[in-house]
Design a protein around this ligand. Structure first.
Ligand code: NAD
Length: 461
């Protein structure tokens, strides 16, 4: 039997822990041969929903759909993968309709061996420049897998690095309003997980680029987790948190932290709904002309504050961005603000397009700063005046294309692109790769189609 050429019926590839030793053969079964981008999850921390095991397949499928819809990466070049290592979700284990393995998550050496084999099998089959995006892995695996593989394969973790780029883009746009530099700011994070660590790391890179030392830039960033302010000597400090632990007496509440540290920017990434109380927002407005308040937790019900609360309690001076969408807010004085949504979809499709367009083999951290700067640059003065820190989502295809072009230019300048010969016109090269669903010209004189037929095809923008 011949398998279909395009994944019309197939949704994604499930690889289980019991397939160890056979992953290369499993990949041979995938009908498309020219895969350029893989999105993989093990389903352990899906959005804010937790361990969904095999039911997490919707995430790689959905992310790669956005590669195509927002970035123009051809769908047949995308492969969604779910690594089924079991689940610790008791409800799923008891559910007779659950499609995954019915045992607890396998951890330790067996898990690591599966991941090692997977990374190698993908790169052997599709090339060292095949992009592998990690999505929704739990903290315990996300950080260590990123540091293990980042210099070996073409890979990035969207929850850490994609989030970092979109949040830093928002901050860079905000700096155009405050007329300040990144290193002028003191930033407090509510939350110290994947999003916070990624954003903080990229902020320090932006500060270093402005001339501040790494050590001094780390001092500008403070974090609060479920145990309170992260300070030196506190317990429950992971290696990642240790970097942002400063000499300071312990403090429990965010309200006290804000009063004491008087930050210029507050970033919420702990999924604690309403954590930015009226008092906190008013305090931020009392020591800043333009307090930067990012309520990035998703979904909307988990946001640290609403757009309306931010604009109202700061009398329209707050610079706001959120993770989930908020409607425009009109204050009693008639001014209307359009809150920016720091959606990762501004970043990863452009990264997918740019990295695959010039065959980068290792995605360096600089690339995330390059795209953050490029995204901030695409925000117009009119957008800023209306409170928007991101370009309109309706322009996402053009935004992704521009980010991809920046990546390609950067990659050739820094000798990390492996595609040869180097395209002389980088933008034309990227445009030539973009997939669209535009119909061919149906005018009578252009083509004679068989009666009743229609054709959708990939064509140039
Ligand atoms: P995570 O699980 O890695 O981290 C959550 C962090 O919150 C942990 O450090 C935890 O200690 C901390 N926390 C929990 N309860 C707390 C409390 N009461 N007070 C202070 N800190 C507390 O999750 P993550 O990937 O970092 O994501 C966090 C949130 O950010 C989610 O809601 C996610 O949807 C959102 N997010 C938004 C974007 C975006 O808008 N572009 C991107 C990524 C993540």
């Amino acid at each position: 039997m011949t398998l279909p050429e395009t994944p019309t019926l197939t949704k994604g590839l499930f690889i289980t822990i019991h397939d160890h030793g056979h992953i290369a053969s499993l990949l041979q079964n995938w009908p498309d041969k020219d895969i350029r981008a893989v999105c993989v999850t093990d389903g352990e921390r899906i959005l804010g929903l937790g361990d969904l095991g095999c039911n997490g397949m919707g995430i790689p499928v959905g992310k790669l759909a956005l590669y195509t819809a927002c970035g123009g990466v051809p769908p047949q070049q995308c492969l969604p993968v779910l690594l089924d290592v079991g689940t610790d979700n008791e409800a799923l284990l008891q559910d007779p309709l659950y499609i995954g393995l019915r045992h607890k998550r396998v951890r330790g050496q067996a898990y690591d061996d599966l991941l090692d084999e997977f990374m190698k099998a993908v790169s052997d089959r599709y090339g060292m420049d095949c992009l592998i995006q990690f999505e929704d892995f739990a903290n315990i695996n996300a950080f260590r897998l990123l540091s293990k593989y980042r210099n070996m394969y073409c890979t990035f973790n969207d929850d850490i690095q994609g989030t970092a780029a979109v949040a830093v883009a928002g901050l860079l746009a905000a700096l155009r309003i405050t007329k300040s530099k990144m290193c002028d700011h003191t930033i407090v994070f509510q939350g110290a997980g994947e999003a916070a660590m990624g954003i903080a790391e990229l902020i320090t890179m932006a500060m270093e680029k402005e001339g501040l030392s790494k050590e001094d830039s780390l001092k500008k960033i403070w974090m609060v987790d479920s145990k309170g302010l992260i300070v030196k000597g506190r317990d429950h400090l992971t290696q990642e948190k240790e970097r942002f632990a400063h000499e300071h007496p312990p403090m429990k509440s965010l309200e006290d932290v804000v009063r004491k540290l008087k930050p210029t920017a507050l970033i919420g990434v702990a999924a604690v709904a309403g954590a930015f109380s009226e008092q906190i927002i008013r305090d931020m407005a009392s020591f800043n002309q333009h307090p930067i308040i990012f309520a990035l937790s998703n979904p909307t019900s988990k946001a640290e504050c609403t757009a309306e609360q931010c604009y109202t309690f700061t009398e329209g001076r707050g610079i706001f961005a959120s993770g989930s969408p908020f409607d425009p807010v009109t204050l009693p004085d008639g001014r209307t603000f359009y809150p920016g949504q720091g959606n990762n979809a501004y970043i990863f499709p452009g990264i997918g397009l740019g990295v695959t367009a010039c065959s980068i083999c290792h995605i360096t951290e600089d690339i995330f700063l390059v795209v953050a700067e490029a995204l901030a640059h695409l925000v117009t003065e009119k957008d800023l005046a209306e409170g928007r820190l991101y370009p309109p989502l309706s322009s996402i295809r053009e935004v992704s294309l521009m980010l991809a072009v920046k990546i390609v230019e950067y990659a050739y300048e820094h000798n990390i692109a492996t595609l040869r010969p180097e395209p002389s016109d980088k933008e034309a090269h990227v445009r030539s790769l973009v997939y669209t669903t535009a119909y061919d010209d149906f005018s009578a004189d252009s083509y004679c189609w068989p009666e009743g037929s229609m054709r959708l095809q990939s064509c140039k923008l």
